[in-house]
Ligand binder design. Structure first.
Ligand code: PHE
Length: 342
């Protein structure tokens, strides 16, 4: 036998053995196959080994090395098959360990329903080309009011409706120089974005706002808003309505009913309130309108050149409407029996 023939015979044997082991459906059949290929006296490997002398003296080392490799390959294949058949697939596993017992699931928690809602809303608006923008939760009166066309004496600035912060060692007050407050609306982000960039602008901002409301089923002193702003040439109210309708059907389904009701906000003109039909009642979800020229002037845009729309919707209300939640306080109670449902 030449070296080549010897090696070929070994390779064929390895293939045959693997096929035979794979085909074995139970330990007895497998044992028969083992004896056939690896048997110490009459095994097929042994009979090839006996012919090793015929490869010639100079080829013996190579032939011997190849023989050993194939032998351990066949032994490994056999071992793996045996482990598979006896369910003992992990080498050196504890024999008292029963892999069929159910495992212990680690407690890893999950994303809060409002965070899930925010991700979902960003995804829907992202598909319409709105990019995420952010602003601080601690704001100055310029961004929360002045640039939004809300004058000094406007009731929206009342301390009863806002969380003013004390600055320095002074009292919390709307009149203290350098006063700050927790933002009462995400419309602040409209100003921050327009101060930084030039049109065209298409942004969405999802974040917390704060108002000193007594908690009840529909109010909480901290909640989230989704603010949208689009500024370009020739943006119209029709664009606003289309975007909000597409958003509403994407988030709440094709059969959602949405209504625009004339309203007033200092920073939009005209303004509308956005209502959704919810269990037979029209419920307000937020405000919207065409950006007021005074807001454009406050950020240095020319109202003759650009127009835009803005809207602000309550994120909790959207989440509650989608999931049938009836009390906003459930979202912030920390009660895991509630939270685990999402
Ligand atoms: N900021 C308003 C609110 O909190 C909502 C709004 C946003 C209205 C944008 C018009 C335009 O009530």
């Amino acid at each position: 036998m030449s070296l080549q023939q010897f090696v070929a015979a070994l390779d064929d044997l390895a293939d045959d053995a693997k096929r035979a082991f794979d085909a074995a459906a139970d330990p007895d059949t497998l044992e028969e196959a083992r004896i056939k290929f690896l048997g110490a006296k009459k095994g097929l490997l042994k009979s090839i080994q006996k012919q090793i002398g015929s490869v010639g003296k100079e080829n013996m080392p190579t032939a011997g090395q190849r023989l050993n490799e194939v032998k351990s390959l066949i032994e490994q294949t056999f071992q793996a098959t045996q482990d598979r058949l006896t369910g003992d697939a992990v080498d050196g596993a504890d024999p008292t360990f029963d892999p069929t017992l159910p495992g212990i699931a680690p407690e890893i928690g999950h994303v809060h329903p409002i965070t899930q809602t925010i991700d979902h809303l960003m995804e829907i608006m992202g598909r319409m080309g709105f990019e995420a923008a952010e602003g601080p939760e601690v704001e100055d009166p310029h961004h929360n009011f002045v640039a939004l066309n809300i004058p000094e004496d406007h009731p929206a600035r009342d301390p009863l409706d806002n969380f003013y912060l004390s600055v320095g060692d002074g009292q919390a007050s709307r009149f203290v120089e350098g006063t700050r407050l927790l933002r009462s609306q995400t419309s602040t982000v409209q100003i921050r974005v327009m101060e930084q960039r030039q049109p065209p602008i298409r942004i969405i901002s999802l974040g917390r706002v704060y108002r000193p409301d007594a908690p009840d089923a529909t109010h909480f002193p901290m909640f989230h808003q989704m603010e949208g702003l689009m500024v370009d040439r020739n943006v119209t109210m029709a664009n606003l309505k289309t975007v909000l309708r597409i958003f509403a059907t994407n988030y709440l389904g094709d059969d959602v009913e949405i209504r625009f009701r004339p309203s007033f906000f200092p920073f939009t003109e005209p303004s509308v309130e956005v209502d959704f039909l919810w269990d037979g009642n029209w419920v307000e979800f937020g405000g919207a309108g065409m950006v007021d020229p005074n807001v454009f002037k406050a950020v240095g845009y020319d109202p003759e050149q650009v127009s835009g729309f803005a809207f602000g919707l309550g994120v909790e209300r959207l989440c509650m409407r989608r999931h049938g939640i009836t009390d906003i306080r459930d979202l912030y109670s920390g009660d895991l029996r509630f939270l685990r449902q999402f």
